[in-house]
Design a binder for this molecule. Structure first.
Ligand SMILES: *Cc1c(COP(=O)(O)O)cnc(C)c1O
Length: 415
């Protein structure tokens, strides 16, 4: 299996092909390349060859992505009952599915306790309460405890989970809870932690610290309760969102992870989401307005914060490229690319040097494969976009474009 280059840049996508897809499927449109997902999986598997890898499915749950990742043999890390259901439907082996409960609603626990009986999936608890609630339901499946490692990592405070009290059992209480779980007859198989998103070359220290703490915790728990099967140290492998950023050196991250973990009698695991899919997707959007203003030129497009929320929510940077066939011959101007939503935050990029735009031009937004379609919404009664997946020289519609009727169909009130 070819593992490809370390990063696929927006400029590497074939402009003519993207223009054809926009013409065929309309815009806004997410384009996914399952081959690139496969390459990303292969690079992870080569760097973390002795470790257990799962895919945090919340990054992208579209069917071509789930099926592609399942076929590479990695497991599925799920954040909700819905994700568990979709991972199982896409073919993931129940034994390779983990459900990580974060303040789990009743119906989530009802579903996963049933699913665990049929599929032997693993339930990860982040609070002693959740253990009680599993007990009440007669849960007899495999159990994992999520620790709050007290270290966070991330490109934005909203994606740093490691130190947020919401996530996981405080580190110093984990050994007691682990012993209690075993005494109460739970099949404790693992320990888990996740620091947040955005492990980069510079941020490796926070990652090392988390892994070292998990190594210490695991040694302590193992000496208390006997054996566990695995210790998962989370996801968060960063990708270069800016063209000038270097890709992560996966071998270096893997080496640092192993070294910080030390000698533990359990398998080490990771569960990236973003890394599998970010550069396997682009968002195509059409220019509908070009408005010179005293401050800047506003390029209005048909994709906004309801299509891709990361810039508005996390101040994330996404590369934007003009796909106009004569883009090379146009003058470069600095523009603000803004969406159609009635919100100031609805901006995809500011101060971007782009070939002078015209109404009808097609723009591509890079690294849109992770947390793009997945976080899209219906705010402003905007139907969500379509998703197509490349299939050799063809492309197949993976998710059809929503219509307003899809939104209003849920309404039960009428005059
Ligand atoms: C979101 C999440 C991940 C994946 O994070 P990425 O930054 O996409 O790699 C992994 N584990 C847990 C528990 C998560 O919530």
């Amino acid at each position: 299996m070819s593992s490809g280059v370390a990063v696929r840049r927006l400029s590497d996508w074939d402009a003519e092909r993207l223009r054809d897809l926009a013409a065929e499927f309309d815009t806004p449109l997410y384009v996914l390349d399952p081959d690139r997902v496969r390459e990303n999986a292969a690079r992870l598997q080569s760097a973390f060859d002795a470790e257990e890898i799962s895919y945090a499915v919340k990054a992208n749950t579209t069917r071509p992505v789930l099926e592609t990742i399942e076929s590479t043999g990695v497991g599925a890390e799920c954040a909700s009952a819905g994700e568990v259901e979709r991972a199982l439907a896409a073919g993931f082996d129940g034994e390779a599915v983990r459900y990580t409960a974060v303040n789990p609603p009743e119906e989530d626990l009802d579903y996963v306790v049933d699913a665990a009986a049929d599929h032997d999936l693993i339930v990860t608890v982040g609070a002693a309460d959740t253990l009680d609630r599993l007990d009440e339901r007669g849960f007899s499946g495999r159990l994992c405890i999520r620790a709050n490692p007290g270290v966070g990592a991330g490109h934005h405070e909203k994606v740093s989970t490691g130190a947020a009290p919401k996530f996981g059992v405080p580190m110093d209480r984990v050994p007691d809870l682990a012993s209690e779980a075993v005494d109460r007859g739970f099949d404790l198989v693992g320990l888990h932690a996740h620091a947040g998103s955005g492990i980069s070359g510079e941020d490796l220290q926070a990652h090392r610290e988390l892994v070292a703490r998990m190594g210490d915790l695991a040694r302590r728990v193992i000496s208390d309760v006997g054996t566990i099967e695995f210790v998962n140290v989370g996801g968060g492998l960063g990708v270069p969102y800016r063209e000038e950023e270097d890709p992560l050196d996966l071998d270096a991250v893997a080496a640092a992870t192993r070294e910080a973990f030390g000698d533990v009698d359990a398998r080490l695991g990771i569960e990236p989401g973003r890394y599998f899919v970010a550069d396997a997707g682009v968002l195509l959007t059409r220019v509908n307005t070009v408005k010179p203003t005293p401050e800047t030129t506003v390029v209005g497009v048909d994709a906004g914060m309801t299509t891709l929320v990361r810039p508005a929510m996390y101040d994330s940077y996404h590369t934007i490229r003009s796909l106009a066939s004569d883009a090379d011959r146009r003058e470069t101007v600095s523009v603000t690319v803004a969406g159609p939503i009635c919100e100031t935050a609805d901006v995809l990029g500011e101060d971007r040097p782009l070939p002078d735009s015209e109404r009808g031009d097609l723009l591509a937004v890079g690294n849109a494969g992770a947390y793009g379609y997945e976080m899209s919404s219906n705010y402003n009664s905007r139907p969500r976009p379509a998703v197509v997946a490349l299939d050799g020289t063809d492309a197949r519609l993976a998710v059809r474009r929503e219509a307003v009727a899809d939104i209003t169909e849920l309404e039960t009130w009428s005059k």
